[in-house]
Design a protein around this ligand. Structure first.
Ligand SMILES: Nc1ncnc2c1ncn2[C@@H]1O[C@H](COP(=O)(O)OP(=O)(O)OP(=O)(O)O)[C@@H](O)[C@H]1O
Length: 271
């Protein structure tokens, strides 16, 4: 049993926890560029640890430490939105989101066609619209300024046109689509603080929600111009054609994680 004494259990535990944390972080990233950056950063951190622990090279160790610090600062600037979100999740105890199932079977591709057709027809009619497409985020009713009215209906072009028809009670605000269903209408989203001088509130609302929730996309139809836009990660792509919208949504669907449903938490009526 001498070999048992030679094993450093604390070191094993340390390596196990660090590997689990690394795998968890890598598992949450879907975008290729972000993944490369994260891999590079984790490699540098591991190198710094290795040099410090096993090589008696103080100057090299200081240089690698300085490199890790510089990269940490650069990534903190680059990923400020994601880091803010992570701190929000830690602060509100919603850690389950980090371990959520990431299978990709939510919005069917047929729904992308339905949404594109609805958006195209709303655009032609210059009927203002805002559709939130949740492809697997951790959205909760508290994330909205007002969670709106619960609908829970099959996604259809006709219902979408009806919901945004002018002078109907639910046309103001956004429609929330989750897992091929229209979950709610009249949803009021948080506004973005970017682009205050460039965009009106409908577009700012689309940016505001998507900058907070990576798995959310917002389709915006401008009432003024009929222009179609797609918001993701706080950025607006506009103007876009219906076919471009279809391509972007198909792409988004192919790389989207699945999250929990907000439907169950929505109140029957507006507070
Ligand atoms: N926070 C919000 N959440 C959801 N919808 C909102 C929000 N704020 C405004 N809207 C919707 O946007 C409409 C007002 O749009 P506004 O003209 O201010 O914005 P816009 O970006 O210029 O859009 P448009 O090009 O359609 O005029 C409201 O009537 C409402 O339906």
């Amino acid at each position: 049993m001498i070999w048992l004494r030679l094993i450093d259990f604390r070191l094993l535990l340390d390596l196990l926890f660090a590997s689990l944390l690394g795998l968890l972080l890598l598992g949450r990233v879907t975008e290729a560029r972000t993944l490369w950056l994260l891999r590079g950063y984790l490699f540098l951190v591991a190198l710094a640890w290795f040099v410090q622990r096993y090589a008696n090279l103080p100057l090299t160790s200081s240089l690698v430490d300085a490199l890790v610090l510089a990269c940490s600062l650069a990534l903190a600037i680059l990923w400020q939105g994601e880091l803010r979100r992570l701190m929000e999740l830690l602060g509100t105890g919603r850690l389950g989101v980090l371990f959520a199932d990431r299978s990709r079977d939510q919005l069917a591709s047929g729904s992308v066609s339905l949404l594109t057709e609805a958006a195209g027809r709303l655009s032609q009619a210059r009927c203002g619209a805002l559709i939130v497409l949740d492809l697997g985020s951790d959205l909760r009713p508290e994330d909205f300024l007002n969670p709106g009215i619960r609908i829970d209906a099959h996604l259809s072009v006709e219902l979408m046109l009806n919901l945004f028809a002018v002078d109907t009670p639910l046309h103001d605000g956004a429609v929330l689509v989750q897992k091929n269903r229209i979950v709610a209408a009249g949803v009021i989203l948080p506004l973005s603080r970017q682009g205050l001088n460039r965009y009106g509130t409908r577009h700012l609302a689309a940016m505001g929600l998507t900058e907070r929730h990576d798995g959310c996309f917002c389709i915006v139809v401008s009432e003024e111009t009929g222009t179609l836009s797609l918001a993701s990660q706080g950025r607006l792509e506009r103007p876009i054609t219906s076919s471009r919208l279809h391509d972007l949504l198909t792409e988004a669907l192919a790389s989207a994680p699945t999250g929990r449903s907000v439907a169950a938490d929505l109140p029957e009526h507006r507070g």
